[in-house]
Design a protein around this ligand. Structure first.
Ligand SMILES: [Zn+2]
Length: 326
């Protein structure tokens, strides 16, 4: 009988422990859950979401500080295919692609607005999109909200993990690429197809697949990477860590309606269509936004007119060349 009593006690102990464990696990999972329909709830659940260095913000070329002198960004190993297959998954909020960082030829960025001597290694990329083509991007450029926005998340290599890096204001650098759907364009932007081709395999929440020979450079195509907005901001999803140096390229990439449609076939953790996964605009406050631009070469017609004018001045009298302004 004594043995039996002991077993009952043990059984009760185990049961209490199990209930406690399930409760802790439930809080751990659901306490970090968020959805885009109840963004105001983020402020209650994640302290930093209500702070004053949040993203996304509206970017305006008239208000930005124009810089011709900011160094350009350097993309290292962006043109080297990943030897190991990379993992793509539907995490209920987006299609996320996780890149290995252990390899010697891992992709990274330097230069641009990043502090001299710091290296930001490529960690992962994901997308934000809408239910229709007129919205979907997180950043708004000169009052225009684009159809989709890709985020390339980089970690400052002085921190060991993204979790550690996001606790520091220089921890992360995110490059944002905007996509504009053009209904009259029939030719795909082929660079995006290495991602689009696996979307069907991850259409449901928690599904994942692998992509062989993943290449980052094709995602940027021939976009002008020398012109971009940059400012200090945050992650646009909870915990909204204020650790991000943002680089938002000012020239969007054109994609076809059918390419965009493939993203809207994903479903979220509740079986609903995964769409409108973008955060509302946040207050810019007194932050400065810099717009890096290249010095413009004079328009060819103006250049030509000036050329003839100069030539006429150099010619001896009587040998004037006609300046027709062409
Ligand atoms: Zn994002």
């Amino acid at each position: 009988m004594k043995v039996k009593l002991y077993s009952v006690k043990m059984y009760r102990k185990c049961l209490i422990f199990l209930v406690f464990y399930i409760l802790v696990a439930y809080i751990a999972v659901n306490g970090t859950e968020f959805d885009y329909e109840h963004q105001s709830k983020w402020y209650d659940d994640f302290r930093q979401c209500s702070f004053n260095r949040q993203s996304p913000i509206e970017l305006n070329s008239n208000e930005a500080v124009i810089s011709y002198d900011l160094p350009s960004l350097k993309f290292i190993h962006y043109d080297v295919p990943y030897q190991k297959a990379v993992r793509s998954e539907n995490n209920g909020h987006t299609a996320n692609i996780q890149l290995p960082t252990a390899r010697l030829d891992s992709a990274y960025i330097v230069g641009g607005p990043l502090l001299n001597g710091t290296t930001y290694i490529m960690e992962s990329l994901h997308f934000h999109w809408g239910s229709i083509d007129t919205h979907g991007s997180e950043h708004v450029l000169d009052s225009e909200r684009y159809s989709m926005e890709m985020h390339l998340l980089h970690r400052n290599t002085k921190y060991a993990t993204v979790e550690e890096a996001r606790e520091h204001e220089d921890g992360l650098a995110v490059l944002a690429v905007l996509y504009a759907v053009n209904a009259t364009v029939t030719e795909d932007f082929v660079g995006l197809n290495e991602v689009i081709n696996v979307l069907e395999s991850i259409s449901e929440f928690n599904r994942s697949t692998e992509i062989d020979n993943f290449l980052l450079s094709v995602l940027l195509g021939d976009m002008d990477v020398d012109e971009f907005y940059t400012y200090a901001g945050s992650l646009t999803t909870p915990p909204c860590s204020q650790a991000v140096t943002w680089v938002v390229f000012s020239h969007p990439i054109t994609i076809t309606p059918s390419q965009m449609e493939r993203f809207r076939r994903l479903s979220d953790g509740h079986g609903a269509t995964l769409e409108n996964n973008y955060r509302a605009l946040q207050a810019k406050g007194n932050r400065s936004v810099v717009l890096r631009q290249k010095r413009r070469v004079l328009e060819s017609s103006v250049q030509s007119a000036l050329y003839w004018e100069l030539l006429n001045k150099l010619k001896p009298q009587g040998e004037l060349v006609a300046n027709d302004g062409k």
